[in-house]
Design a protein around this ligand. Structure first.
Ligand code: SF4
Length: 233
């Protein structure tokens, strides 16, 4: 495998502002759901920021954790797909091939991270909102499953640029929308196979952990635990 795209998310830096969520929606043409659709569990967020409370009021500590597709090496979503729409790429991504998907939703049921979303309806962007759609990303139709791809369009764009420049892709060439928009630079993306890359070094940090590590899904995302100072604990 030439590359293994991965990400680190530093929970000590995350302030829960959700700029990453907004940027993900804008970059990937993700429609917003109204309150009725959301109440029926049909809201779509390829990325969400989970909130946790510790302690009792007034000594409450708030924690945030951005959650997106973990791009697992042993992805539970892949073997259950009858049409191989959910499949592994040679660069370690869990690809979702929309024109193969027949909407059984087995993958969403198999995913322990709850990061796959079914299109219950054809999205509509009323004018002038349709003018802000990203032409590099397809609009998904009713009946197919969708999810985060680490902004694969940006990965391909950077690879094309590198090829035109007759050079390899370098660390920092690719920045997914969430990482680009994060004001505290909590999110770092790159190639885990390049041991000199920022993401590889951060992923080896002693604070690093994987969500649901015991499931052996081998995620491509490493979370860096929040540092708790004694007076905070
Ligand atoms: S943009 Fe950065 S700081 Fe804000 S919620 Fe996302 S990861 Fe956290």
């Amino acid at each position: 495998m030439a590359h293994r795209w991965g990400m680190s998310v530093d929970l000590d830096r995350c302030t829960g502002c959700e700029a990453c969520v907004v940027a993900c929606h804008a970059e990937n043409n993700i429609p917003t759901a109204g309150p009725d659709e959301a109440a029926r569990g049909r809201a779509k967020h390829w990325m969400r920021v989970e909130r946790y409370w510790e302690g009792e009021f007034p000594d409450v500590r708030l924690k945030f954790r951005p959650v997106l597709c973990q791009q697992c090496e042993s992805a539970p979503c892949e073997p259950v797909c009858p049409t191989y729409a959910s499949s592994h790429t040679s660069e370690g991504l869990n690809a979702q091939i929309y024109n193969r998907c027949i909407g059984t939703r087995y993958c969403a049921n198999a995913c322990p991270y709850n990061v796959r979303f079914f299109n219950f309806y054809n999205p509509v962007w009323e004018r002038p909102l349709d003018l802000q759609l990203n032409p590099d990303v397809s609009i998904r139709e009713q009946g197919v499953m969708e999810k985060c791809t680490f902004c694969v369009q940006r990965i391909r764009g950077a690879q094309h640029q590198a090829r035109l420049g007759d050079r390899p892709v370098q660390d920092g060439d690719i920045t997914p929308a969430c990482a680009q928009s994060c004001p505290s630079e909590a999110i770092v993306f790159g190639d885990l196979h390049d041991k000199t890359s920022r993401v590889a070094q951060l992923s080896a940090d002693p604070r690093g952990y994987h969500v649901f590590e015991a499931l052996n899904t081998k995620p491509g995302i490493t979370y860096l635990a929040r540092v708790v100072h004694e007076q905070e604990a």
